[in-house]
Design a protein around this ligand. Structure first.
Ligand code: G
Ligand code: G
Ligand code: MN
Ligand code: NA
Length: 252
């Protein structure tokens, strides 16, 4: 299709851009992580991933795009990451990428050549990756984790698997989907599902990040309920690397 041809050309021409959204660690508030979010410069406009990720997954182009996003992220955030070993960057990974048996090796090669400490990389996957996962998908995630890379379960709470299954998954971090966070509105803070999701993840020893924080009431609620980190438009929209300084001035 036209979209696929355009994408292929853009990857070759280096027109895949990455924006970064800060993740604020709770108390003391500090930006210690960014999430890398792909953007596509298409015919003079910056296209959001919702408009092309599915197409890219179908055509397999997501592999080239994913590799380019990781390379660019290492390059653009390398200097910031080198300033403090507690800092990290999270990159989204599609199940289509994980189906390739050389995925783990490619990730390791990319971070090695850019000098990034594996402990500073987080790979975000959704539950669907585990739903029909072949054993080599799990094995690759285990290999990456053994090297120090962390795995985050993105959009947590929106999938089909039971909460109990969380214990079996090779993940270090859960990211609570913003649909749960949006339930926190002033005066209606009876949120047993949200609070038990946090509680359960914490009791399994996982780190918990809440996504889609748009109000200070939501930030307060989630901090009071022991989330480790917060992310959302309240702090900053995703921005290009040249505007990181702005994002770093963010606080709760
Ligand atoms: O950036 P935005 O908030 O519009 O992202 C929309 C969706 O696209 C999110 O679900 C996000 O996980 C996904 N996404 C963003 N960047 C990437 C990427 O580099 N690779 C993959 N596979 N998904 C991405
Ligand atoms: O699925 P994933 O968590 O990777 O999606 C990230 C997406 O969420 C990006 O498209 C990003 O722009 C969007 N996003 C980030 N913060 C907020 C927020 O506070 N509110 C809303 N509505 N979307 C957000
Ligand atoms: Mn994500
Ligand atoms: Na999410």
């Amino acid at each position: 299709t036209q979209l696929t041809a355009g994408l292929r050309q853009s990857v070759e021409l280096g027109q895949i851009a990455v924006h970064y959204q800060p993740v604020v660690s709770a108390g003391p508030d500090e930006v210690l992580q960014f999430e890398a979010l792909v953007r596509w410069n298409w015919q003079g406009e910056l296209m959001a991933p919702d408009n092309f990720i599915t197409t890219a997954e179908r055509s397999g182009m997501i592999r080239e795009i994913g590799a380019e996003v990781l390379r660019r992220t290492c390059l653009e955030l390398g200097p910031w990451l080198a300033g403090d070993p507690r800092r990290s960057v999270a990159v989204n990974v599609s199940g289509v990428q994980l189906q390739r048996r050389d995925f783990a090796e490619q990730v390791m090669d990319t971070i090695k050549s850019s000098g990034l400490d594996p402990r500073q990389l987080v790979l975000e996957v959704t539950e669907s990756v585990f739903f029909d996962a072949h054993s080599h998908v799990i094995a690759q995630l285990e290999t990456l984790r053994a090297a120090g890379i962390r795995v985050a379960l993105d959009d947590f709470g929106t999938g089909y698997s039971s909460l109990g299954r969380l214990q079996e998954l090779p993940v270090d971090i859960v990211k609570i989907d913003r649909s749960f966070v949006s339930m926190v509105v002033t005066g209606a803070e009876k949120l047993p599902i949200l609070t038990s999701m946090i509680h359960m993840a914490k009791s399994l020893g996982l780190q918990v990040t809440a996504e889609g924080i748009e109000t200070s009431a939501q930030a307060r609620f989630l901090m009071e309920h022991h989330c480790d980190a917060l992310q959302g438009f309240l702090f900053s929209r995703p921005r290009p690397a040249t505007e990181l300084e702005h994002a770093l001035r963010t606080s709760v």
